[in-house]
Design a protein around this ligand. Structure first.
Ligand SMILES: [Zn+2]
Ligand SMILES: [Zn+2]
Length: 150
């Protein structure tokens, strides 16, 4: 699948403003897709459409939920760091999701059972009440689905 096909299909499930912070969307609007990694978008499409099959919520700027997708230098989580910060969220490779009718833990269990469903390595964050998923190819990690704790 090429990038435009992925974005076209993913647009049935997500608006780009949900996947980036309010600062990015205010400045770039629909062009904000350009900050999202192709492999991340592909994994998110497969996750939403085939693996989870339920509505997944990321940002909701009206509810002041801004930092669950791509984060920029103006975002509080980034600004507040007194050290280098290279989260997959600033690299356009991550999102934090709430799933309608499914706990984050249930979603993680399902993802761990289906490593072959993904076209690349994925990471999930364990022990949190949201589903964090990213495609950072963490150095030294060979597992297809890797659960990390922050
Ligand atoms: Zn921002
Ligand atoms: Zn996250």
């Amino acid at each position: 699948m090429d990038r435009n096909d992925i974005i076209n299909q993913l647009s049935q499930y997500f608006k780009v403003e949900e996947l980036v912070c309010d600062h990015i969307y205010a400045r770039w609007g629909e062009a904000s897709w350009q900050f999202l990694d192709t492999m991340f978008l592909h994994c998110l499409l497969l996750l939403r459409r085939d693996i989870i099959g339920r509505p997944m919520k990321c940002n909701n700027h009206k509810l002041k939920i801004h930092q669950r997708g791509v984060r920029c230098n103006m975002c509080e989580i980034v600004r507040s760091k007194g050290r280098a910060y290279m989260s997959a969220h600033v690299l356009g490779k991550a999102g934090d999701f709430s799933i309608e009718g499914m706990t984050a833990e249930a979603a993680r269990q399902r993802i761990k059972l289906l490593p072959a469903a993904f076209p690349c390595q994925v990471r999930i964050e364990g022990g949190v009440t949201w589903l964090h998923i990213d495609v950072l190819p963490q150095h030294g990690i060979t597992q297809k689905v890797y659960e990390f704790t922050a």
